[in-house]
Design a protein around this ligand. Sequence first.
Ligand code: WTA
Length: 635
Amino acid sequence: MSNYHIKHLEEYFSVYRKSVRDPELFWSEVAEEHFMWRKKWDQVLDWDFDKAEISWFKGAQLNITENCIDRHLYTRGNKTAILFEPNDPKEPAIHITYRQLHERVSKFANVLKDQGIGKGDRVCIYLPMIPELAVAVLACARIGAIHSVVFAGFSATALSTRINDCGAKMLITSDGSFRGAKSIDLKGIVDEALEDCPGVAAVLVAKRTHAEIHMEAGRDHWLQPLLDDAYGDCVPEVMDSEDPLFILYTSGSTGKPKGMMHTTAGYMVYSAYTFKNVFQQKENDVYWCTADIGWITGHSYIVYGPLANGATTVMFEGVPSYPDYSRFWDIIDKHKITQLYTAPTAIRALAKENLDFVTSHDLSSLRILGTVGEPINEEAWHWYNDHIGKKKCPIVDTWWQTETGGILISPIPFVTPTIPTYATLPMPGIQPALMDENGEEIKGNQVDGRLCIKFPWPSIARTIWGDHQRYKDTYFSAFKGMYFTGDGALRDEVGYYRITGRVDDVIIVSGHNLGTAPIEDSINEHPAVAESAIVGFPHDIKGNALYGYVILKETGEGRDRDNLRKEINQVITEHIGPIAKLDKIQFVSGLPKTRSGKIMRRILRKIASKDTSNLGDTSTLLNPEVVAEIMKEAL
Ligand code: WTA
């Protein structure tokens, strides 16, 4: 029996049982069987959830890029590692073989070294989905620098906050980016961000749009000439298993974004293991994950997981709607994609379009479909199953988080029978628990509660960069001895899990996590705004959209409301990015508050969702009269 690749349901159950009975034996066998180590570990696992301290494979040494690139050179040197599909379909796709990737990563790594970057330095990467992005990530890992990729849709303020939080010395970016018919002045955003980032000594600029841009003398360098001069081999830095690999920011319900820190060995083992099983990867597959590398899905399942398995992974620069709504189906047909991994929001948007976009393409190469990022509704699941998978491709509804590093609950295709909207069963090594509001574990089936994980798995984030206390408070304090996910879930009669959504003030809009507090903080900076409260409401494409209740200052009272709405969204765009814009803004004279001054979001959520038949008990409110007014004027 192989621990590494599960092929039957009985095998899943026996592997799962083993992984719970003896996690250390289980993970050490997986690690031993399939990876290249410079030195083996002294201890498989050391952990203390009360202190939020976890380490895996202590004492081991390795370099993740040796595992993702070098070891494939003998057997797969000429196989495509990365298949780049550009924004414009008239531009040719680019196949980067493992041998070419080795050379490109080595050159880039040598450029980083020449610029004075070394082990432990933080490098921020703000790039569109072009090959340089994956190469930059791997080049950092090659020399032991810690990468922090910032999604290139974030604003200058969001970028500078992240750069300063992790103390990045260098930024890697491009002149601009293409998104459908638009081109975006990325370097302009960078220049604005860097006005607030004195720690960034150097900026490497890739050429993509060939737009005229400002190059700051002494700070900005064109990337290509440096690469041209660099040596095509770079000895990998030998890393300890717990050396940081990357920092990736995710929104919390309060405060500034959390820099989740992942380390080397455990992350590698778990992302590779789950990729192999959840996508049942075979040698000649062409696997496509449509996420951006700016998110964890791109880190684990475009870059590290697939490459560690010697897979061919597609990177798509564009958007599903350009040149028209057939783009996804065109790409599948063109490259004979075998596994498609995308988000429910994309499925819902595409399902709304004419079916001819789909039926005019040959999708018969597809074997497995995946979804991630938010709960998938039944309608979208069936559309995906019927029209894309033609009822032949199992759908893997994968539940996980930036913090978990890899997929924790998911069907294994052709192994686990699927049910629409269910993430089904935990991966080997994952021990979920449902908790009630008193902190007790709810045993048995047909129950629902707050989803926790009882035992560490190799790719759990190790800390929040620079703020271990916050890490402990956020994830390990709500339920003693457990990692708390922030999600609610139910367990059905056979033990399948269905994720029901966030139970905190994080709202998932089009698959992006948005904390309400940071958006409220930015709105409150508008000079006419006194106070605000944001809640989510159901949206048929985005899953959730944002509804803002805003109290104006006296100075704002006489202003044109539509202009104010535009200005408020502009402030949000500047502080966070367009993904956090509000769909609806209602001006109110007050917000329902408890006697202790807390906003009763439950009531605001119900009004925003037009679900006002039962508002619950409002008698404890400080200002119950405001509820009627808000309801009357609700949008
Ligand atoms: C939600 C994305 C339901 C969940 C990998 C989680 C999901 C948050 C699913 C993490 C799913 C992710 N079904 N909900 N299959 N996958 N979520 O950090 O609320 O961007 O906590 O990681 O997305 O989002 P993040």
